[in-house]
Design a binder for this molecule. Structure first.
Ligand code: 5FX
Length: 543
């Protein structure tokens, strides 16, 4: 057999897509996973005809109802493909595609939609051909919180929130798909009855590439409140409460997250000159894809410090949790991932910075560095907006004797109380979700505040673990591109596929006495949170 000349040798490329709340983005990487091209479409500014704000439409009569016109996403894909062409992407070299999308949102395909997908005309835009393919023209998205009554029904049907969490990995949340489907089935029955299939946003985008309705992957399916995490099948009782006998068929069978679903639709071969052998790998949710993009393996905990703080962690086993979420692991079907979301992130940190430091991070860091670890026994918990976990709002300050105080004695104590308090609570929750802390624990810090060394030092000390950072941003989109290569090359392990990438950089190590100082403070936090929470009655509709 002749070896191909350099010109003839095909350099494989991989395409990763990310359909987030405000934009649709794509990245093309080479075989070494090096970024070659990126392109994006901003929903508000590039598609103004849909009149979205931040990519969504808030219902004028009921602000809890938040949706995105489904056709906007289709049109965004038409535009994105044009932009990738202008960038000079050689579609014929792409050997595999995968993608990711905001979690929990749903797409209701009208009867006959799959046939339309199978017979797409390559001379026409997708959005012209799919205009009448949706039985609800607006897709509920993760920001919707209008389904409280259906959440309670779901929990009651299986014996309470804890039982629902035991089955699905989470108690009922308004944004999770099961209660959203139940709402459509109950309040928009005609649309529900005319629905051929229901996709998550991720599997919907995947369907557009596959030319038929794509299966939902295990990791994103775990954000629905309807899949049994043990059997990885839809739970019969929950199917019944949400939709009825035909819901199982509408959802299709879920699959392992890195499943190779087969060849790309001929539409892309004819219209964009993709190779007919290009494979489509199952798409997943943005948090699981971020886990892949950060290459978060065993022993790693990712802490994203942004508008809302988010923690993602690798779990070997699953335990039952009533706060936080357990999802199937996107890169290893035998493992799980934990997800903890907090509403009080950078805005709360900025509020204290403005109050104590005239808006200066420099002064903030100076104050943080000038107070001792443990803050003389003072502890503070600050929730500028209603927090999910713990379910509290307001500022709570405690002195060394455990007494509630209205003010601390100095600004530096306040600043340290804020940062220590945020990490102490997170450490308690990470322990509660089943993460094993040991000498191999490593933290990956991401998001805006991960550039702040003083904050990262407190993180290292409270968690008693070294803190690392990584150059890359857009971890969900990159995770999708890595998953494209992983899915194509299975059974090769994900970490083998991605080992060509640079290692994260160590930025902070804990002081040797950190655990002695913070382990008792974590215990103190547990007691304080429990006591404070008994004083409030949760109104879960705001979560
Ligand atoms: C997670 O449960 C969420 O609702 C969000 O992180 C969305 O996935 C954002 F897209």
């Amino acid at each position: 057999m002749e070896t191909p000349s350099e010109d003839e040798a095909v350099v494989p490329l991989y395409l990763g897509l990310d359909l987030s709340t405000q934009q649709l983005k794509a990245v093309v990487v080479d075989d070494e996973l090096k970024i070659l091209h990126t392109a994006s479409v901003q929903f508000d500014s590039d598609l103004p005809e849909f009149r979205t704000h931040g990519g969504v439409v808030q219902n004028k009569l009921n602000s809890l109802v938040v949706t995105t016109p489904t056709l906007l996403w289709v049109k965004a894909l038409d535009m994105l493909m044009d932009r990738l062409t202008v960038c000079g992407v050689e579609f014929s070299k792409i050997v595999a595609i995968s993608g990711t999308a905001q979690q929990h949102g749903s797409v209701f395909w009208y009867k006959g939609a799959e046939e339309t997908l199978q017979k797409l005309d390559p001379s026409e835009f997708l959005h012209h051909q799919l205009a009448s393919c949706f039985s609800t023209s607006n897709s509920p998205v993760w920001m919707d919180s209008s389904t409280t009554v259906f959440c309670r029904q779901l929990e009651e049907s299986v014996g309470g929130p804890k039982k629902l969490s035991e089955i699905t990995g989470s108690r009922a949340y308004e944004r999770f798909t099961a209660s959203q489907i139940a709402k459509v089935a109950k309040l928009n029955t005609d649309a529900y009855n005319n629905t051929e299939r229901i996709s998550l946003v991720s599997s919907f985008l995947c369907s557009l590439f596959l030319g038929k309705i794509a299966p939902i992957d295990y990791a994103d399916a775990s954000g629905m409140n309807i899949m049994d995490l043990q059997t990885k099948q839809w739970n019969e009782k929950l199917l019944k409460v949400c939709g009825g006998a035909d819901l199982e068929e509408k959802l299709g069978k879920p699959v392992v997250s890195y499943t190779n679903l087969g060849d790309i639709s001929p539409y892309y071969v004819d219209r964009w000159e993709f190779s007919k052998d290009c494979k489509v790998i199952a798409f997943t949710g943005d948090n699981p894809a971020s886990m892949a993009g950060m290459r978060l393996g065993k022993g790693w905990l990712a802490i994203s410090l942004g508008t809302s703080d988010t923690l993602i962690l690798w779990l070997n086993e699953r335990i039952v949790v009533t706060e936080g979420h357990i999802f199937c692991n996107p890169v290893d079907e035998d493992a799980y991932m934990g997800l903890l979301c907090y509403k009080n992130g950078s805005l709360t940190r900025e509020k204290i910075r403005d109050k104590c430091c005239d808006g200066s991070w420099e002064i903030f860091n100076h104050l943080l560095d000038s107070t001792p670890r443990g803050n003389f026994g003072n502890m503070g918990f600050y929730f500028a907006t209603q927090e999910i976990n713990p379910y509290l709002q307001g500022d709570y300050r405690f002195n060394k004797a455990g007494e509630k105080v209205l003010k601390f004695t100095s600004l530096e104590v306040e600043v340290r109380a804020l940062i220590e308090g945020q990490f102490i609570a997170k450490r308690a929750h990470v322990e509660d979700i089943g993460f094993d802390f040991d000498e191999n624990t490593k933290i990956l810090a991401t998001g805006g505040a991960s550039k702040n060394h003083a904050i990262l030092q407190v993180m290292a000390d409270v968690f008693n673990a070294p803190v690392y950072i990584q150059e890359t941003s857009d971890s969900a989109m990159l995770g999708a591109a890595f998953q494209a290569k992983h899915g194509l090359h299975r059974p090769t392990d994900f970490f083998e596929i991605t080992k060509c990438l640079p290692e994260p950089k160590l930025v902070c190590e804990p002081y040797t006495d950190s655990n002695e100082i913070y382990a008792p403070m974590v215990e103190r936090y547990r007691k304080i949170a429990e006591e404070l929470e008994t004083l409030v009655t949760p109104n879960y509709a705001t979560q």
